[in-house]
Design a protein around this ligand. Sequence first.
Ligand code: COA
Length: 388
Amino acid sequence: MKIGIDAIAMDTPDFYVDLVKLAQVRGDDPDKYTIGIGQDEQAVPPSSQDIVTMGANAATKLLTPAIRASLGMVLVGTESGVDASKSSALFIHDLLALPEWVRAVELKEACYGGTAALMMARDYIAAHPDKTVLVIAADIARYGLATAGEVTQGAGAVAMLIKAEPHIMTIEDDSVYRSESIDDFWRPVYQDTAIAQGKYSTEQYLAFFQAIWSRYQTQRHHTASDFAAMTFHLPYTKMGKKALKLVLPDTDEATGERLQRRFEASTRYCRRVGNIYTGSLYLGLLSLLDNDTSLKAGDRIGLFSYGSGAVAEFFSGILQPDFAAQLHAANHAKMLADRQELTVPEYEAVFSDKVPYDPEDYRSDPTYYHGQFVLTGVIGQERQYQQR
Ligand code: COA
């Protein structure tokens, strides 16, 4: 039985900051941001947007009455959880009025959480072939104003339906994964900005990829030439480029040219949205599928997932006969084109207006409401969500 991605959609806030302008204000050379790090624009989430609203905004596009009736699980991969106890999947379950006879759970392991959800969904469908799993990978990457990580911030969600006999891409049973406890990136529970050992996390990402890619080739008997494209977790696009560079020396010229061309297509959304942690790999996959019209059914796509801390996994998927008909490339292009640019001072004000880490009541600014679902505030320590 084939199992995989039957539908996929994204959401990202309506606001962004231009990174050339941010570089100028920060006194950096813009080429460092756009070439050295490989980011052009950055999604700016107002406080009315969190992983719940973005996840619901992405998922609502996929839900038909038949899909609702077949749902078995709702899994949210995130490292921007809105509560230390209650799962964001339950808030989304409520906003989307999903059936009660499902499991609704949140999974956490830094940027790997979306892949953990995807693999759990795959195993569940193997046991329950008539069911559908809604997988959401949603995050807000915050490092702080004028920090080294600032240029790699971002916000968004990717929602996927995992089913038997999927229309877009199978998830092959060829995963190779590795775990090791390291301190390259973490976020203490009392703050909303991450602590990143930037250079060390980059080194570890590459070391994990090298080890896993080597084991994958030995165990699965595939080489780079078997892949139509390779996609990577993209905390910033240069990171994926560095990983792909490790593959290229062992390939023929045509394979190298193909993988590099398609890698570029897989980075287009990330360049404009930024890091969405758990969703970044799947935003890259979506960017590839939406932007590269030369892909065809039967093509094998590689996916490398990395979550600091760290857990990483490499696996592949095969494109299905009518995959192109299931995509919403024009909608995604419009979503990005219609966003409103914020000046750097406006971005800084939006960044600083956040749900506080204390029990006081808080109301978000309706000027920045976006999409069908918003967080209107936190009253009496309860989050107030609204459907518009
Ligand atoms: N023109 C072109 N490239 C330039 C440049 C310029 N004027 N100035 C610098 N660069 C290049 C550097 O050579 C470097 O490229 P390299 O990585 O290929 O060597 C790149 O831009 C970044 O410069 P660097 O000085 O290393 O940046 P930094 O000290 O500000 O740190 C990060 C960059 C990504 C480490 C930092 O943004 C960060 O900590 N991000 C968050 C953590 C993260 O995302 N980790 C990823 C693993 S999950």
